[in-house]
Design a protein around this ligand. Structure first.
Ligand code: ATP
Length: 304
């Protein structure tokens, strides 16, 4: 039997195991419009998937239950893991009595604003749906995914998208023009709660030009995109964590057309048209010991 892998490749496999790619994301633009009465923030963001990914392997087992293993010691392997929550959600709904073994190969930096956990959870929803032939559409998976986390619907859709509401209202956008993206996660963990609590919405004078960025994507205009890179959450993180500004500056000095912090941080990315310059930039960041987590990657679009 031929199975369509999440990453878009076909492979010959028996349906008792499936392997999926869980892609990282960055925000090319991030605006916060208002704080809702329930505490959630209404956002307007441009999301972009990256080739950088974790790998999730799901194997059916006669032994009931959900078991997780991971090659990264910092990742919880119990019910706190989004992979566990995603598997449990579908297995309970469809009364699946067999067990599953889930293996996570972690490559996306953690607590980084790159939706690593959300993407793993999204891939698990897609994988369980395929493995047990549940017949759920992408839309139905996204409706279930949002109950686990606001970023999960985008991580199921992947590619480039405008994200509104609390992050769950998605509009697919044309893919980003080809480029190289350096991502660097400094060795600091920024708490998302700290960032949103300290965001002074009333004092924001500049808002990202999200509509202009959407138009630039429509025109396939990379310069139009890189001149509009903006994230209102930087108003909190840049003063608190100088290393974020240092990384943004190094990327620009090394030839990035633009650089920005993604999500609530702490990862910084820079967009390059020249692969050699991108690699040199990553080399500089690694050799100056800003971080051990620095990669050169590219935008990712799922096969249509
Ligand atoms: P986001 O961009 O959605 O804010 P993030 O990149 O800031 O995500 P994650 O890497 O997803 O953050 O992880 C944050 C926390 O979530 C981790 O510290 C970990 O305890 C928990 N977690 C749950 N499931 C996973 C998973 N599969 N991979 C990594 N962390 C996970």
């Amino acid at each position: 039997m031929y199975t369509l892998l999440f990453g878009g490749r076909y492979t010959r496999k028996l349906m008792n195991e499936i392997r999926l790619k869980a892609h990282a994301k960055i925000n090319l633009g991030l605006d916060v419009l208002r704080r809702r009465e329930d505490g959630y923030h209404e956002v307007k963001m441009v999301m972009q998937s990256l080739s950088l990914h974790d790998e999730i392997r799901i194997r059916k087992s006669r032994r009931p239950g959900i078991r997780i293993s991971c090659d990264h010691a910092g990742v919880p392997t119990d019910g706190r893991n989004l992979v566990y929550k995603a598997a449990a959600l579908l297995m309970e709904e469809f009364s699946i009595t067999e067990g599953v073994d889930l293996m996570i190969r972690k490559r996306i930096p953690m607590a980084a604003g790159m939706a690593g956990g959300s993407s793993d959870g999204a891939a698990t929803l897609v994988g369980i749906n395929q493995l047990f032939q549940l017949g759920l559409s992408q839309k139905e998976l996204m409706e279930r995914g949002v109950t686990l986390g606001a970023d999960i619907p985008f991580c199921i859709m992947r590619g480039t998208a405008l994200s509104e509401g609390i992050g769950e209202i998605l509009t697919k956008l044309p893919g980003m023009p080809s480029c190289y993206i350096v991502v660097a996660k400094p060795p600091i963990d920024v708490s998302t709660k700290f960032v949103y609590t300290n965001l002074k919405l009333n004092e924001l004078t500049d808002h990202p030009d999200i509509d202009g960025m959407v138009e630039a994507l429509d025109r396939k205009d990379l310069e139009g995109i890189t001149t509009r890179l903006a994230n209102v959450l930087e108003t909190v993180t840049l003063p608190a964590y100088p290393v974020i500004t240092e990384l943004k500056d190094i990327m620009k000095t090394e030839g990035a057309q633009g650089s920005l912090m993604t999500g609530s941080g702490s990862t910084v990315f820079g967009i390059f048209t020249d692969e050699a310059k991108a690699k040199h930039c990553a080399y500089k960041i690694l050799s100056k010991c800003y971080t051990k987590e620095c990669f050169v990657t590219t935008p990712y679009s799922p096969a249509q």
